[in-house]
Design a protein around this ligand. Structure first.
Ligand SMILES: C[S@@+](CC[C@H](N)C(=O)[O-])C[C@H]1O[C@@H](n2cnc3c(N)ncnc32)[C@H](O)[C@@H]1O
Length: 211
């Protein structure tokens, strides 16, 4: 089963689901006209799902100043598995050609959609309509409470320092945490990405009932 291809199966969604109130998180489907109409606008939370077939990513994973090559390699593989785009915000603690990074992502690294930015402001300016979620140990709201939408940006901090404090205080309503015991201060970066990214995919799968 491959996540991306299933999302395009709008037809089978339409045949088995015609009540918006069955969907979680107020996910909204715009269904107009006949089901057989090609490329009709069917949306998840306002996002035209068919656009995913034209180079749009379901999710965008943002790593702020990642330091450890194997983490980024693993995350690249997670992004490939979910058709997400990986955004790396400089300064990076490694060269993008780092062998360790490629090894961690195995043969998949070259297929991963990667964008490198000089800073976070540059990324935001290029994606003015983007919805950004900030993953941190320093908030109370659990990640599964968020209603993720296709195209969302999931922002993760650097391995040694986490996300900058001003980024968190500027967007308290968009901060999410992965609840843990107090026996550890944080999760490994790649593990944290995997948990949240696949929760996002789970929500879209439930919403479309096609994946
Ligand atoms: C190794 S952690 C950073 C640890 C750093 N010392 C701190 O206190 O934030 C790297 C990144 O993984 C993510 N992360 C790790 N554990 C998390 C958790 N329990 N909840 C949310 N994000 C987490 C965050 O984005 C964090 O910035």
């Amino acid at each position: 089963m491959r996540f991306p291809s299933g999302l395009y199966d709008i037809q089978s969604y339409r045949q088995s689901n015609d009540k918006d109130d069955l969907l979680p998180h107020s996910v909204r489907f715009a269904s107009r006209g006949r089901a057989s109409k090609p490329f009709e606008q069917v949306c998840v939370a306002g996002f035209p799902v068919f656009l995913l077939g034209f180079g749009f990513s379901m999710f965008n994973v943002v790593l702020i100043e990642p330091e450890i090559p194997p983490n980024t390699g693993n995350i690249g593989r997670l992004c490939l598995a979910t058709d997400a785009t990986l955004h790396l915000v400089r300064p990076l603690g490694f060269s993008i050609d780092d062998k360790t990074l490629k090894r961690a992502g195995l043969d998949y690294w070259k297929e991963t959609k990667v964008k490198v930015w000089d800073n976070f402001a540059q990324l935001q300016a290029a994606n003015p309509a983007g919805r950004f979620w900030y993953l941190t140990t320093k908030c109370e709201r659990a990640y599964e409470e968020a209603a993720f939408q296709p195209g969302d940006f999931l922002v993760f901090g650097r391995e040694t320092k986490g996300l900058p404090e001003p980024m968190l205080t500027a967007h308290p309503e968009r901060c999410l945490t992965i609840p843990m015991t107090q026996k550890t201060r944080s999760l490994n970066l790649a593990t944290a990405v995997g948990i949240v990214l696949f929760e996002g995919m789970r929500q879209l799968r439930v919403a479309t009932k096609t994946l």
